[in-house]
Design a protein around this ligand. Structure first.
Ligand code: 9PG
Length: 531
């Protein structure tokens, strides 16, 4: 028999076993030497929002700006790494189109390409790996099967059609606005009405603020009488200094080796910190919080900024960081009972088996791409429709393990700069991902836009994958390929501007001002565009 590509690989590991479509390896450190140079590398981002993309060899990525924010966009432990690398798995494409995947089968595993050698290592303990080569889809299917054996999968459920408040009202939600929208949705076939960020006192104090005088139980009851499930957003693993939780339980925070709280990023005009999910007090608190949300009547939980639980740090029980995260997630899953659990801002592999849905890309937005974020800050994990499509597409192989949430689809032209073609790409992606959501306010939609939304929610086109980035939907070709290229590398002037801007974004005082200006803008926008 002719020698296969697999036979030409020089594999180093503690043990090597034959497997379908490849080999199973074990070892805390493994390597696979390629006989010739690859042409592309598949970066695998750590959490929902992190860039996951096929990138031409020789095209450097990052380091992205601002340097104070990496925890919100990528694994901060590897934020400075510019060599081709990724969390848990990495793949290369050979000149003949064959793909070679090195995939960790456990937590805290990493892959990097150095020259023609693909290496895999783990932060702690022993590890198992899958090496597969050949057709990309076949190999990833194999990898998904192996991960399923180790982590399990979400509970098989039909996908839910979700109305989510974020991408229209943002933090400007109020009980009155949501009740008005709920009424106007009429018989549009949404299964879930999900209240996003903006209802809580503050991050850590999960009680309704003054904009929800009827309480969150009242809100859930109003949703349920329309025949829909009530959904609620929380970021249960985050804490901000202005919260009561931060004041009352300083011992619950994840800390570094010097005893300082570990930064989980900066948002809402505040420094973000993380809860230590190995602390028994935290686990009890998480269970009680989820039971409270269930008690209010919510049957769908969108839990966000979950990466906070897996950041590097010193924990009250010494264990690897992704294992610690998983312990927290397990407590949450159990306390959520039968409720649907959507993870967001979540490390990918460590969430498998413990949630029903997973956001697999950064936030969409009413614009295609942001010059500031992509060109100046070299950041492709921030909100933007192109960023969202790019990363989501390379994560659809996870579908046998979890429902893949590509984020919402837009139908409105009001307060939206996307072209008809760009909106169509989002709609097609949602059909392919089999997860349909929208934030469009009925009063902002024209009659024909409302009809298009209804048709979208009601249709389930037959999907055929034709290539890495191309599909057929009921026979109609959809090609995302040309749309999702990475922005060109900045020239010297753009780079300098970016460095200055990135520096400014590291100053909390300026970020607070920026946050206040954004809030003012939002207030104006909502006043001019009543729901
Ligand atoms: C609510 C939102 C929505 C959204 C989530 C998440 O600053 N940031 O980089 C940043 C990134 C994402 C983000 C918010 C802030 O969005 O993905 O659907 O729930 O939180 O705040």
């Amino acid at each position: 028999m002719a020698e296969t590509f697999l036979d030409q690989l020089k594999i180093t590991a503690d043990s090597i076993q034959e497997a379908s479509e490849g080999r199973l390896l074990s070892g805390a450190h493994v390597s696979v030497e390629l006989p010739i140079a690859p042409i592309r590398y598949l970066y695998s981002g750590w959490q929902s929002w992190s860039l996951t993309a096929w990138v031409e060899m020789g095209r450097p990525l990052g380091p992205m700006r601002p340097s104070s924010l990496p925890a919100m966009q990528t694994d901060p432990a590897y934020a400075g790494e510019t060599r081709p690398h990724g969390s848990w798995y990495g793949a290369v494409e050979m000149p003949d189109g064959q793909v070679l995947l090195l995939g960790g089968l456990g937590l805290e595993s990493h892959v990097m390409l150095q020259g023609q050698i693909l290496t895999g290592w783990v932060e702690a303990g022993e590890a198992e790996w899958f090496v597969g080569c050949g057709n990309e889809d076949v190999i990833f299917e194999q990898y998904a099967g192996l991960l399923k054996q180790n982590f399990g999968s979400g509970r098989a459920q039909k996908s839910l059609r979700v109305w989510c408040s974020w991408y229209s009202l943002y933090s400007g939600i109020t009980e009155a606005r949501l009740l008005k929208i709920l009424g106007d949705l009429g018989d549009l076939p949404f299964d879930v009405f999900q209240v996003d960020d903006g209802w809580q006192m503050t991050i850590g104090d999960w009680e309704p603020n003054a904009k929800f005088p009827g309480g969150m139980d009242g809100m859930a009851a109003s949703i349920k009488v329309t025949g829909r499930k009530a959904g609620l957003w929380l970021a249960p693993l985050l804490v901000v200094p202005s919260s009561g939780l931060y004041q009352e339980h300083p011992d619950w925070l994840l800390r570094d080796g010097h005893g300082r709280p570990v930064s989980a990023g900066f948002n809402w005009g505040e420094q973000l910190y993380a809860l230590d999910t190995t602390h028994p007090g935290v686990l009890d608190w998480l269970r009680a919080l989820m039971e409270k949300v269930r008690g209010w009547g919510y049957e769908y939980a969108k839990l966000d900024f979950l990466y906070a639980g897996a950041l590097p740090g010193k924990r009250s029980v010494d264990m690897p960081r992704e294992a610690a995260y998983r312990q927290g997630l397990k407590a949450i899953r159990e306390a959520l009972g039968e409720a649907y659990f959507l993870t967001c801002g979540a490390p990918v592999l460590p969430s498998l088996g413990l949630c029903d849905g997973l956001r697999v890309g950064p936030d969409v937005a009413g614009f295609w791409a942001s010059h500031r974020d992509e060109d100046l800050l070299m950041n492709t994990a921030t909100p933007g429709t192109r960023n969202a499509i790019r990363t989501t597409l390379q994560r659809l192989w996870l579908k046998p393990l979890v429902q893949t949430d590509p984020d919402v689809t837009y139908f409105r032209s009001r307060l939206n700069d996307l072209t008809a073609e760009q909106k169509q790409l989002l709609q097609d992606l949602a059909q392919i991902a089999e997860f349909k959501a929208s934030s469009d306010v009925p009063a902002w939609l024209t009659e024909s836009e409302q009809a298009a939304l209804r048709l979208f929610l009601e249709s389930n086109p037959g999907v055929l994958k034709m290539g890495r980035n191309s599909y057929e939907l009921d026979g109609r070709g959809v090609d995302f390929g040309a749309q999702i290229d990475l922005p060109p590398l900045p020239g010297p002037f753009t780079n300098l501007m970016g460095a200055v801007l990135g520096g400014l974004a590291n100053v909390p005082f300026l970020m607070r001002i920026f946050n206040a200006l954004e809030k003012r803008d939002l207030g104006k926008r909502l006043a001019e565009n009543p729901v």
